[in-house]
Ligand binder design. Structure first.
Ligand SMILES: O=C(O)CCC(=O)C(=O)O
Length: 328
């Protein structure tokens, strides 16, 4: 009788050459996560579900604030599946080491006519308030963002809609992650009414109500755009990048094209601490909103967690388990 072999689950680990290239460039992709049609179909189904905030971990976040859509992977099953997908986490394990947490997810939307995201580098994510959200081991005090040590977070920028140069795809300047030109400790001013109003280098640019130029260490520094590349993604594809790699997006030129939407989970090794500087207040404030951390948890997406200080979410708030596709 013919024997049938159990089909091994596909793996997405990077080769040594790919990992070396990633360490050099700080960005790679696009990689396929879902088929284009499947992503469009699933987003159509999930979008109305996200309006139900009864299980969201920040149910009272102010509508219209940038934090309104934070961390919906902690209650929405589709987003919970995405942040754990092996297409992302196997690649992350090669870059970050085997033990990896997803500590944040965000949505980034650009409507027709919206400004470009201006060039920036994010290290500890305290850029809005001046208070770090993450800390790598060995970091002391606040003044470490321009130190050039290991820092930042890995982002999987997942296109939920097609994104090209007309519809605000991402741009990157490879090889820029070790020299930080923005000091997040200074904090930025939130000015939502200036959104889509600022013209920088000849086009409308900003950052969802913030102006990264406020954080420039050298006010005369200008990113070298001649070294930048555009990263068009079809719906269902994703880019992987260090948040400290200089990144931006094109403006959405309109032209009858629909809105562009990206979902961006963020990852760090388990040795990094999350929201340690918010212990006293138990809240995070940015993008015109505040969210409490009482229901917050990080998700172990690869390896194991040997750091008892982490609050790990094993399941979504609706009881669906997170799947670790690279346990050890
Ligand atoms: O989607 C965008 O325009 C900006 C995304 C971004 O800056 C990020 O994911 O860190």
């Amino acid at each position: 009788m013919q024997q049938t072999k159990a089909q091994a689950a596909p793996t997405f680990f990077m080769s040594e050459e790919e990992i070396a290239a990633f360490h050099r460039d700080g960005v790679a992709g696009p990689f396929k996560l879902l088929d284009q049609d499947e992503m469009k179909e699933r987003w159509k189904r999930e979008r109305p579900r996200l309006f139900d905030r009864s299980h969201a971990v920040y149910p009272d976040a102010e509508p219209g604030s940038g934090v309104y859509d934070y961390d919906r992977h902690l209650d929405n099953e589709f987003l919970a599946e995405l942040v754990c997908r092996p297409e992302i986490t196997h690649r992350l394990a090669g870059i970050l080491g085997p033990d990896v947490l997803c500590w944040r997810s965000e949505f980034f939307v650009k409507y027709p006519g919206d400004e470009a995201t201006d060039w920036h580098q994010a290290d500890h994510f305290g850029g809005a308030s001046g208070i770090p959200h993450i800390r790598w081991p060995g970091s002391v005090g606040l003044k470490r963002s321009v130190s050039g040590e290991q820092n930042g977070t890995m982002t999987a920028w997942i296109a939920f809609t097609d994104a090209d140069e007309e519809t605000s795809c991402m741009r990157f300047i490879p090889g820029t992650r070790h020299e930080l030109h923005y000091d997040e400790i200074q904090g930025m001013t939130y000015e939502p009414d200036k959104k889509n109003q600022r013209v920088i280098a000849g086009e409308k640019r900003g950052f969802f109500g913030y102006d990264w130029r406020e954080l420039k260490v050298d006010p005369n520094f200008e990113p070298d755009e001649s070294k930048a590349f555009s990263a068009p993604c079809k719906a269902g594809e994703f880019m992987l990048f260090w948040s400290t790699t200089m990144h931006a997006s094109h403006p959405h030129l309109g032209k009858g094209r629909p809105y562009r939407l990206a979902f961006a989970p963020r990852y760090v090794p388990t040795s990094v601490t999350i929201y340690e500087d918010m212990k006293e207040t138990g809240t995070v404030t940015e993008f015109g909103g505040t969210f409490p951390l009482d229901k917050y948890g990080s998700v172990l997406v690869s390896g194991r967690n040997d750091h008892p200080h982490h609050r790990i979410a094993e399941r979504t708030t609706r009881g669906v388990p997170f799947v670790n596709h690279n346990p050890r």
